[in-house]
Design a protein around this ligand. Sequence first.
Ligand SMILES: Cc1cc2nc3c(=O)[nH]c(=O)nc-3n(C[C@H](O)[C@H](O)[C@H](O)COP(=O)(O)OP(=O)(O)OC[C@H]3O[C@@H](n4cnc5c(N)ncnc54)[C@H](O)[C@@H]3O)c2cc1C
Length: 546
Amino acid sequence: MPMRESTNQPPPLAGHDAFADDTALMEALHREGAGWAQEELHALGTLAGSAEAKAWGRLANTYEPVLHTHDRYGDRRDEVEFHPAYHDLMRTAVSHGLHAAPWADERPGAHVARAAKLQVWVAVEAGHGCPITMTYAAVPALRAQPEIAAEWEPRLVSRVYDPRFRPASEKHGALLGMGMTERQGGSDVRANTTRAEPLGAGGPGGEYALTGHKWFFSAPMCDGHLVLAQASGGLSCFLVPRWLPDGARNSLRLQRLKDKLGNRSNASSEVEFDRAWGRLIGEEGRGVATIIEMVGHTRLDCVIGSSAGMRLGVAEAVHHAAHRRAFGRELIDQPLMRNVLADLALESEAATTLAMRLARAYDAQQDAAENAFKRLATAVAKYWICKRAPAHAAEALECLGGDGYVEDSPMPRLLRESPLNGIWEGSGNVICLDVLRAMRRDPETVEAFFAEVGAAAGADARLDIEVAALRDEVADTETLEVRARRVVERMALVLQASLLVRHGHPAIADAFVVSRVAGDHGGAFGTLPAGSDAGTIIERARPKLN
Ligand SMILES: Cc1cc2nc3c(=O)[nH]c(=O)nc-3n(C[C@H](O)[C@H](O)[C@H](O)COP(=O)(O)OP(=O)(O)OC[C@H]3O[C@@H](n4cnc5c(N)ncnc54)[C@H](O)[C@@H]3O)c2cc1C
């Protein structure tokens, strides 16, 4: 290694095992039933911590995807070209099964193992996680039409990343996306105007021609998309492949790519359908019910993605503070900086712990109580963990001082990415209203939620008091809509607290409860009470360079 001219500058955080460094994740992997995946996670964590993979992440965002609408002769191409680094990221994700492994793996804990891998890997680069997540999430929705699932699933679970633009039937592996949002409405998909006309008898599995548009259509180089459109029976779900069965291109016209705040490696297009060919998944008029399976799994991934971003922020912040001196000692030894780092680490551990507990519910698809828990807890976790991510990223960035504001560091990208999970798959308000809807329609979800929280009853009096108060707040249905964010936030905090009290390190559990449940905390990170065990909390979060 060449001699460094600069002093008091930290070594780059590279050459470490990003999984081994993530104590909360390692503990959760075993606790939630996927200890068998440990070796695979160390291998992926070592790659994620390598300078090479970090360079892929930077390059894939510096050299952004390029849309080619036409070829040199004026014929439509509708193809997006990516930098090789994007393909390296995708190849790694697919070869490790992040896009679909649990659908081809009977082992208990398959969703937990995949969730842990996703947390480790999308910290390297979040944008390519979009098609990875959409493919994972599309499979259960596709199963509503068994013969189409039978045709597509073997391609989707393949561990071969095949980016060639050709019919899926000729490829070694395939990926799926989704198209719901239109110009006039995203949250309110029932306002969709894209029309679907049957080509023949129609009905489940039948052929249709789709005419209309989608305003956000990410990862258009996926081999097919699940698309909502209005059929005569109402809003319906269709599988729209990029190619037709006869080997011609389907008529999806990519209009342009969005110029986005972050997530720049991911091509998010606007598309028009000109009698595009699609097949009905499930029944006409049941589009929302069909695609909701996909939405649930993508929300899980929003939780994991935001948790991964927090972990990255903590690792970079603690690493920097451990190697940077000011006013005569390392930043990590300055009492006020210790408060900030510990507070950030606490938030990250709470997010990871909840994300992995939630993933276990996805492993227990046959268990009614777990399904009821999953229904509510997914929305609760999606709201709060995604909501915390931007404030967390900004504070982690500040720990690096000016160096954190410069594009050479990963922090600006982390910050730009951080609001996204809060927006898609249900923006904050929409998610909170969804929680109210679930509580109203399925009271068993409320019981399942409080049963999970109540497993910590008697362990911490402060938590017991807050749980009782929350029950009262939920029971009072008057003005509930106005209070929805307050209610969902409280639900998230007691759920995280219950998990940490039962399973977390005592220093973590105590600091979490005193600050987030008992309210001895300010509006910013770095406001833990003086008695918190910052040393233990920070040590658990500290990355170890090889
Ligand atoms: C980078 C990126 C990629 C995307 N990729 C895709 C994709 O591949 N496929 C796809 O289908 N979509 C995609 N989306 C779209 C995304 O899912 C939508 O933007 C999102 O669902 C919100 O819809 P909207 O933009 O129409 O906002 P709106 O529905 O107009 O909502 C605007 C605001 O109003 C709030 N709001 C809505 N209803 C209520 C209410 N009743 N009470 C109170 N507040 C309310 C919302 O919470 C939100 O804050 C993508 C978005 C982004 C940013």
